[in-house]
Design a binder for this molecule. Structure first.
Ligand SMILES: *Cc1c(COP(=O)(O)O)cnc(C)c1O
Length: 520
């Protein structure tokens, strides 16, 4: 690309074409470059809009080997000096072959199509680049985040002493909740006189236990390890046939902990398990937590959308939690990242409070200057809250809830479809919007063959790009999974994808090498 000034016929929009006068500061967003910024970002936005409008499949089916050379061929030390040219290149290395969550036949993971008001927020927050660690890096941003935390805590019903913080995602929210639970358990155990930052923590750590359903998210186990507890610290409580935590089993495990001198530092209930969308029985779990003095954490990373839906009653009992994880970037239709951890008692957040002279000295806390870093595991932190703010201000919570209700309705209809279809077997009737099922290769099929057929069907579908579905295991066997988060996905789309799966499964069965008959 020429570094010379564009000719008069240059068709590129103002501000995005190469200019002879370019120096490095022209690339900074400053009072002098506002027009250049507007033109460049507008160009990017219109290309994304055009690409999304033209996508007819959720994926092109490109392979790693097919795409890697294109990415590797880009010479990062030779800049193009031209936004339009870089966006052309981006089309090849990313946009053309990306996985598109807005497509109605993207049915795989907990990725949502995103609401436009949140994208408006995203555009604003990255341009201002506020950092929410301290008041002196954000001002109003801090107050907006605090209002949204209060709003969410009120929806949950956590009470007047509640607080919380935005995080990067459910995994981090769960980690922070487990950290607070650990330090509260240690504080109690150390007779309240020693700080959990004390060395004696090491005496208590090996006795701490987290009790959670066998269907809970792996980030709970990961958190336990990160927090210095061994793998044995997480007790997997069995789930019932509907994949809800069995409270009789929980009661037994709590009693066993007490008998063995172990400390049940937390019980983690899941409000919307990642695979099955099942909701653990929160009222009963809250009763048991109260009886054993255990911290109750509710992982509502997936189910939090119920807070604004007409199915709010499914979350009954969540108001008794000590902490709650919500992922707005799942069922609130927000772009990644947008998540929060909420706590019933704001004073528990002190376990993550550290003062740095350069940033948030103690005297600022004494002067009641709101420095959000005092409550966070992160330091520099995005103003993700702005996306939710504009979403609530432009479309409102009720409209978000309607979107989530719609995908839950669709999942219920899809369950009937699957249940009546002899080609498939479906595990549980959904409460939220996932369906775990498998293709059944004939009557009384060999379990290994069933695994192979389903693994093949998923891969073949992904390679075709016609649809994207997920997979998981149930009792060690391979299943397929739909996660519905797109209200534009119709029952027809689902029926079409089931036919595609059956076709891929059928051709696998027809083409597989058959074992010799004599081998039986
Ligand atoms: C997705 C999920 C998480 C992890 O959230 P991230 O935002 O992906 O880190 C935790 N718990 C549950 C139940 C989830 O579904």
């Amino acid at each position: 690309m020429s570094l010379l000034a564009p000719s008069a016929e240059d068709p590129s929009p103002a501000g995005i074409s190469p200019a002879a006068s370019d120096d490095s500061t022209d690339h900074l967003l400053t009072n002098a470059t506002a027009e250049r910024y507007r033109a460049a970002v507008t160009e990017a936005v219109s290309r994304v809009g055009a690409t999304i409008a033209a996508t007819d499949r959720p994926f092109t089916g490109i392979t790693v080997d097919g795409l890697a050379p294109t990415v590797a061929a880009v010479d990062l030390d030779t800049p193009l000096h031209d936004t339009a040219a870089a966006l052309d290149e981006l089309q090849e290395v990313y946009l053309r072959d990306a996985v598109y969550f807005h497509h109605p036949r993207y049915l795989a993971h907990l990725n949502c199509p995103v609401v436009i008001p949140a994208l408006v927020g995203e555009a604003v927050l990255s341009a201002l680049n506020s950092s929410l660690d301290t008041w002196d890096q954000s001002a109003g941003g801090t107050l907006i985040e605090r209002r949204l935390i209060d709003w969410t805590a009120a929806r949950i019903g956590l009470g007047a002493a509640a607080d919380g913080i935005f995080t990067s995602g459910g995994s981090q929210s769960n980690l922070q909740a487990m950290l607070l639970a650990r330090d509260e358990a240690c504080r109690r155990e150390l007779a309240g006189d020693a700080s959990p930052k004390d060395a004696r923590l090491t005496d208590v750590l090996p006795r701490l236990r987290i009790l959670t359903s066998e269907c809970s998210h792996f980030s709970i186990r990961k958190s336990a390890t990160l927090l210095g507890m061994g793998a044995e610290a997480v007790i997997a409580v069995p789930a019932d046939a509907d994949k809800r935590m069995r409270t009789d089993a929980l009661a037994d495990e709590l009693a066993r902990c007490r008998r063995e001198g172990l400390i049940p530092m937390a019980v983690v209930a899941t409000a919307g398990t990642t695979d099955f969308g099942s909701l653990d029985p929160m009222p009963e779990i809250a009763d048991l937590c109260a009886r054993y003095g255990a911290w109750m954490h509710v992982d509502a990373a997936y189910g939090c959308g119920l807070l604004v839906s007409r199915r709010r009653d499914l979350l009954a009992g969540i108001e008794r939690a000590d902490s709650v994880t919500v992922d707005y970037h799942k069922s609130f239709f927000q772009p990644v990242s947008s998540s929060a951890v909420l706590v019933r008692d704001r004073t528990t957040l002190r376990h993550v409070t550290y003062h740095a002279d350069y940033l948030n000295p103690r005297r600022m806390a004494e002067a009641r200057i709101p420095n959000q870093v005092d409550k966070s595991l992160q330091t520099t932190r995005r103003f993700d809250a702005l996306k939710l703010w504009l979403t609530l201000r432009i479309m409102g919570a009720g409209a978000l809830g309607e979107l989530f209700d719609e995908v839950i309705d669709r999942a219920a209809d899809a369950w009937k479809l699957l249940y009546d279809d002899p080609r498939f077997e479906v595990v549980v009737e959904p409460r939220l919007s996932t369906l775990v099922f498998r293709y059944v290769p004939g009557t009384d099929p060999d379990p290994d063959l069933s695994d192979q057929v389903n693994l093949h069907a998923r891969d073949a579908l992904f390679a075709s790009g016609d649809a994207v579905v997920a997979g998981t295991t149930v009792d060690g066997r391979h299943y397929l999974k739909f996660t519905l988060l797109n209200p534009n996905t119709t029952l027809d789309d689902i029926a079409t994808v089931l036919d595609l799966i059956a076709e891929h499964a059928g051709s696998y069965l027809a083409e597989r090498p058959r074992p010799a008959l004599s081998a039986r």
